[in-house]
Each structure stands twice: as structure tokens, then as C-alpha cells.
Design a protein around this ligand. Structure first.
Ligand code: PLP
Length: 284
């Protein structure tokens, strides 16, 4: 696999970053994950706009511009022959000469790393036909989840707890209300309405969330942006989650409570189809 590090395309075995990189020492880094369908990038501009916002919120130097990043994404997709898959873009505050809590000189060059993951069958995922089971856990993450940082330890712990419990993922709960999944935005369907938490600092402003809500509106589906409780989720007709890497995935059980008839619901299935079609049509 060819990867990109600070201006160079290299075999992954030859790529490296400094041990003083703040991404490594401080989790002082932001990232984006863009999906690839038919060899083309889905929602690319929205991902780059969010990356620039993450950098601004953390007083990081602006990342490379959209055109340069598009060229690098495309080159890696080409070199690695990705038809369906993901492109990861990681930007850290850079590698000062030593460890220090204070930010380094703003002139320090950021570390920019990109790599691809091939995911054949991304669009035709059997998990989407089967649905997943989630458990609930306290949301113990920091309070700026709107910034897409690499502080992914708690989501990793939550994912492992879900596996140990025989489930696929965890839904995180704060003050009785569901915030998000470990790496996705979450929705329930109740009385025929799609309910999802409104945007705030408590959740990531998902690019797929935005597309899915637009698709839902276009299809005449009723959407209510409000926080919902774990109890509401367990009583829902159906539930689902969204992310760039999964599109729309139905949730068929919450804490062992089976939703509906235990099979993916019609709203999630329809949204997945519409969303995938729009993603393909708009990919660049
Ligand atoms: N919420 C969290 C915590 C995430 O990590 C992600 C994606 O990685 C999402 C939501 C979904 O965002 P997007 O649709 O932009 O992938």
C-alpha cells in the first residue's frame, strides 16, 4: 500500500513520523475519513470544510488547501486501486523538538498523513441487511465532540465493551439522552418520524447525517431534531446509525431489547438506498 506523508508518496513500510509528533504525544491531531465509491470521493468538499473548522477551533495552522488535498486523495486512490473503500487524512500540530504542553511556534509545519483502506462490498454490506445490536454506555468523552480529533481511546474502550457483551457497537448516553455511537450519529423512528439529536458541541456534525437528513426531507419523511432518551430508543419502531464509512446501518436491538420484529426497518432500508444513490451521483 502506498501512503502519503508530508509531501511524499511512500510504501507504508518506509513511512514514519517523529516520536515528538504532538499527534502521538498529546492526541493533538484532527482527521477526516472520506469514503470511495466507484473509485470516486463521496462528500469530499464537506469533509474538507469540516477539517478546516476543526483546525480553527484548535488554533491549528490551516491544513493544506482543498485542491491540493483533492489531488493527494485521488492519487492515493489511483495508486492503491481503490474502487470501494476509505481514505484517512490525519493532520497533527507537528513535531517540535521536545515534549511540552504549550503549543509550539505557530510556524511549525503540521504533519499530514493520508492512507487508504480497501473495502470491497462497502456499498453492498451484509451487515446492512442484517442490522446490528448495540449496548448503552455512559458517555465519558470530553465536551468538544464537534471537533474531529484523534482522541479515540474511549470510543475504542466502548467498542470492546460492546464486543464483550456480544453486541456490535455502543450507544453513548449523557444525562439520560443518547449522544452518538462510538463512531456514528444515531437515530430512532417513532410514530413514523425520524428523531435525531440536534447539532451542538456534544456530537460530531456528521457529514453523512447532513446528507441523510437532506435525503429524508426530499423523500417527504418527517424529521425531528431533538435529543431522545435511552428509554425512547428501546421503545422505538426502528433505529439506525450513519457514518461516512458505513452510510446507513439499521440497529435491531438496544441493550438486548429487540426493536420491532428484530429485522432492519423500512425507513432505514429506504434511506440507505437513497443515500447510496445520491452519494454515488455526487462523488468526485
Ligand atoms: N460521530 C462520531 C463520534 C464519529 O466518529 C463519526 C465518524 O467517524 C460520526 C459521528 C459520523 O460522521 P461522518 O458521517 O462525517 O462520518
Amino acid at each position: 500500500r502506498t501512503v502519503y506523508v508530508n509531501g511524499a508518496y511512500l510504501p507504508e513500510s518506509e513511512a514514519s513520523v517523529s516520536i515528538f509528533d504532538r499527534g502521538f504525544l498529546m492526541a493533538d491531531a484532527i482527521y477526516e475519513v472520506t469514503s470511495v465509491l466507484d473509485g470516486r470521493l463521496v462528500d469530499f468538499d464537506a469533509h474538507m470544510t469540516r477539517l478546516a473548522r476543526s483546525a480553527r477551533e484548535l488554533d491549528m495552522a490551516p491544513p493544506p488547501g482543498r485542491d491540493e488535498l483533492l489531488a493527494i486523495h485521488r492519487e492515493l486512490v489511483r495508486r492503491n486501486g481503490i474502487d470501494e473503500g476509505l481514505v484517512y487524512l490525519q493532520v497533527t500540530r507537528g513535531a517540535p523538538g521536545d515534549r511540552d504542553f504549550a503549543y509550539p511556534d505557530p510556524g511549525l509545519a503540521p504533519t499530514v498523513v493520508l492512507f487508504t483502506q480497501a473495502k470491497p462490498g462497502l456499498a453492498d454490506d451484509p451487515v446492512a441487511r442484517r442490522g446490528i445490536r448495540v449496548i448503552s454506555l455512559d458517555d465519558l468523552r470530553w465536551k468538544r465532540r464537534d471537533i474531529k480529533t484523534v482522541q479515540l481511546l474511549y470510543p475504542s474502550m466502548a467498542k470492546m465493551a460492546a464486543r464483550r457483551a456480544g453486541a456490535d457497537d455502543a450507544w453513548l448516553v449523557e444525562d439520560g439522552f443518547v449522544t452518538e455511537g462510538t463512531s456514528n450519529n444515531v437515530y430512532i423512528v417513532s410514530n413514523g418520524r425520524i428523531i435525531t439529536r440536534p447539532l451542538s458541541c456534544e456530537i460530531l456534525h456528521g457529514i453523512t447525517r447532513r446528507s441523510v437528513l437532506r435525503c429524508a426531507a426530499e423523500a417527504g419523511m418527517a424529521v425531528e431534531e431533538r435529543a431522545f432518551t435511552l428509554a425512547e430508543a428501546k421503545a422505538a419502531q426502528e433505529a439506525f446509525l450513519t457514518s461516512a464509512s458505513a452510510f446507513v446501518i439499521p440497529v435491531v436491538a438496544v441493550d438486548g431489547v429487540v426493536l420491532g420484529d428484530g429485522r432492519p426497518g423500512p425507513v432505514a432500508a429506504r434511506l440507505r438506498d437513497i443515500c447510496l444513490e445520491e452519494a454515488r451521483a455526487g462523488a468526485i
